[in-house]
Design a protein around this ligand. Structure first.
Ligand SMILES: [Zn+2]
Length: 111
């Protein structure tokens, strides 16, 4: 992969990571225990808020692990084998890397 492509991907990664970090604050807030509200709200809305909380906990976990994968990818971006499939060694399609800069497998191997 040439230097210019690496720079483009690096910018994409930083952009994605900034977006994820922004989401994390909000998700952490929503994932926090709903205990404080329990007396103030009725049974149904309590169930709603528990459901919303578990959605937020789930989304929080996903956002955190994606951020970690992006951090690792950013760390490796100058490596010679960056952008090569970890399985078959073929170059990962540029469109795939742009959509998912943390991808370590080509489309064929990821399936
Ligand atoms: Zn592959």
């Amino acid at each position: 992969m040439d230097h210019a492509s690496r720079k483009v991907l690096e910018a994409r990664m930083r952009e994605e990571m900034a977006g994820l970090r922004e989401q994390l604050g909000d998700l952490e807030e929503r994932a926090r225990t709903v205990e404080l509200d329990q007396q103030a709200v009725g049974r149904l809305s309590r169930m709603d808020s528990l459901a919303n909380q578990s959605i937020a906990v789930n989304a929080l976990g996903k956002a955190k692990s994606r951020l970690a994968r992006l951090e690792r990818a950013l760390f490796r971006i100058e490596d010679e084998d960056f952008g090569l499939c970890a399985d078959c060694g073929d170059p990962i399609a540029p469109a795939r890397l742009l959509a998912m800069p943390e991808a370590v497998l080509c489309v064929g191997c990821a399936e």
